[in-house]
Design a protein. Structure first.
Length: 313
């Protein structure tokens, strides 16, 4: 299992070098919109899935090859990062070794009721939990949680973390058409937001192929209408990735492409920006990966996306 991937062209962070310490699709939720696909191991039990020293070795190797290869380090896996039991130790080790790079954890927030999880996250520069629902019915429909998870307890965990955490506390709200975009739910989410007082509220919607085909994103106009429900001074709609990676060499390009798309489907321009190679350099690589069924190409929202084929998983 490789623990470092990307950098991924993040719409919120720029060139985000991903750190993945969770086996694919091991999660506390089975969200309908997840770009990593359906959850295959639904759990709330934390484990030491991989040795922290292996992660540090992978980071050292990456930055040896690409000294300017990322804008930010992000725990963002095809699963829930807080399920990693040595998370606090690893975050501390990374921050001491790479103090110049912001360290971000993207989490669904489902385990913040656990004081150990809250303590583990204290070394991060920014923590971005999700809050997609504030009523039980919508919570069940959109997040499809582990049966032992309780929404009031999750909300209490978010509040406890907010009180204890002194660094950047952002909140992401993922909007799915017909599920959590109606006024009644948005008002309930707003009430929760007012109690949490996050530094920033990031509104997001389905833009990549989701785990379940019925999950659809909102239009730009609809997202602007949703934005009115939240504090104008701290809220925004996550925009498109516009950054450009410095040009890297194209060594081992096929494996780097596969590592990227295993975590999230990507378009050709996203791949080029993320991997730091010109668009034309990807042409032959993608052609051969498609021919060997390591990749498949398909349409979503009028864009061509690439994800692993049966031979590339």
């Amino acid at each position: 299992m490789k623990t470092v991937f990307g950098p991924v062209p993040s719409r919120r962070l720029g060139r985000s070098l991903g750190i993945d310490v969770i086996p694919a699709k091991t999660c506390t939720y089975d969200c309908v919109y997840c770009e990593s696909g359906p959850t295959t191991h639904l759990t709330i039990r934390r484990h030491s899935f991989i040795d922290p020293g292996r992660v540090m070795h992978d980071l050292e190797s990456y930055f040896h090859d690409y000294p300017q290869g990322a804008d930010v380090l992000t725990f963002s896996s095809a699963g829930e990062p807080t399920l990693y039991e040595p998370l606090g130790q690893l975050l501390g080790d990374i921050k001491r070794r790479f103090p110049q790079l912001p360290l971000v954890v993207l989490t669904n927030g489902s385990l913040l009721w656990d004081p150990r999880v809250r303590q583990d996250l204290s070394a991060a520069d920014r923590v971005v939990p999700s809050l997609d629902a504030a009523t039980l019915d919508v919570f069940q429909r959109i997040n499809r949680p582990h049966p032992t998870l309780d929404l009031p307890r999750i909300l209490e965990g978010l509040q406890a973390f907010r009180k204890e955490y002194s660094k950047q506390f952002y909140l992401e709200i993922m909007l799915v058409a017909g599920i959590n975009d109606h006024a009644e739910e948005l008002l309930e989410i707003r009430r929760a937001v007012d109690r949490l007082r996050p530094d920033r509220i990031e509104l997001n919607t389905v833009v990549r192929p989701p785990a379940y085909g019925y999950a659809r994103g909102l239009s730009g106009k609809a997202m602007e209408e949703v934005l009115r429900f939240f504090p104008a001074e701290t809220s925004g709609v996550i925009g498109c990735f516009e950054g450009a990676a410095p040009v890297m060499d194209s060594q081992d390009l096929p494996s780097r492409v596969l590592e990227l798309v295993r975590r999230r489907p990507c378009t050709l321009p996203e791949m080029a920006a993320s991997l730091g190679v010109p668009l034309e350099s990807l042409g032959d690589t993608l052609f051969h990966l498609l021919q060997k069924n390591h990749l498949i190409r398909y349409r979503f929202n009028d864009l061509d996306y690439y994800r692993p084929g049966s031979a590339g998983k």
